[in-house]
Design a protein around this ligand. Structure first.
Ligand code: R5P
Length: 304
């Protein structure tokens, strides 16, 4: 096994510790202090020369701060001649801005990809990027992991009666179809209307498929304001679904998402720890499953 070091930015330290524990190492020491004016001043306190170095950072709340952190940590590490430097991004903020929705907007996901490359990361490990095509925004190798098998195991444990898998929007059909195929249950698609002039607001208005008397499993990549899920759960319940289960890889729970999801007709809510929920608002009904084993497996594949 190659000599490697695992560092963590400040966004998801519990996950980084879990990964380190599985791999039988301790996290590399880095001082992430700031100047009085707020400027970040990372200081890597390990000998990284000739080593394969991993830096784990979820680009989540506050995403801009953590993007800067991983960029500056990358610069600090590469100046000490590592053999290889790999960014582990359990959640890639800005991934949903993967195309120009209207003239005058950026393609932010591509900018983040470039930013990681200019920070001299040589490889990326990412999890459930909003769109598979984002891998193509990088010119360096990307190991694109999926939490779907982990979520699937949790869903199986629920032993649901008459289940169907629901995509809350047309864009998520491929993901939902794969899960429906794995569980060998029917697929239902919701058509979501989005209002471009109102960021983050959505309305589910059409259900394609039969949900009456069924256990509806909504699968999504990310829950942000929760509005997509809340509206979907309400529509499914009105259409006669007897249970609504929600499974998503990334639970951001922005704004009033936590309260909205706790009061919505949702029986179970499963998310992963791709985003750190400790000390951040999250729904009381949230059940968190760990992606640590999946990430350590990806690390092992690289360092073996
Ligand atoms: C949309 O394309 C995504 O897959 C999610 O459905 C969406 O981003 C969730 O956002 P929110 O929770 O704010 O409705």
């Amino acid at each position: 096994m190659k000599d490697f070091l695992l560092f963590s930015g400040s966004s998801n330290i519990p996950l980084a510790h879990e990964v380190a524990k599985i791999l039988g190492v301790t996290l590399g020491t880095v001082d992430l202090s700031r100047f009085a004016d707020g400027e970040l001043r990372p200081w890597i306190q390990e000998d990284v020369r000739d080593k394969t170095v991993f830096v784990l950072e979820s680009l989540s709340h506050s995403m801009d701060e953590h993007i800067m952190e991983i960029a500056l940590m990358g610069d600090a590490i590469r100046r000490s001649a590592p053999k290889n430097m790999i960014a582990i991004i359990p959640y890639m903020g800005y991934a949903r801005q993967d195309k120009q929705h209207r003239i005058g907007e950026p393609i932010s996901a591509r900018v983040i990809a470039k930013f990681l490359e200019v920070s001299k990361y040589k490889e990326i490990i990412a999890l459930d990027l909003h769109n598979d095509a984002i891998v193509g925004f990088f010119q360096i190798p990307v190991t694109h992991l999926s939490a779907m098998p982990i979520l699937q195991q949790e869903i199986i444990k629920l032993n649901l009666d008459d289940p169907v898998v629901v995509s809350p929007d047309v864009g998520g059909v491929k993901r939902a179809r794969n899960l429906a195929y794995q569980l060998d249950v029917p697929l239902v698609v919701m058509e979501k209307k989005r209002f471009l002039d109102k960021h983050d607001s959505s309305e589910a208005f059409q259900i394609i498929g039969d949900v009456k008397g069924k256990s509806a499993i909504i699968i999504d990549d990310v829950i942000s304001t929760g509005q997509t899920i809340v509206h979907s759960a309400q529509s499914l319940t009105e259409a006669g679904a007897k249970k609504v289960i929600v499974a998503a890889t990334h639970g951001l729970f922005a704004g009033s998402a936590s309260e909205d999801m706790d009061t919505a007709p949702i029986d179970s809510l499963i998310v992963t720890n791709s985003v750190n929920h400790e000390g951040h608002p999250h729904p009381k009904k949230m059940h968190e499953v760990s992606i640590a084993a999946c990430i350590s497996q990806a690390i092992t594949t690289i360092i073996r």
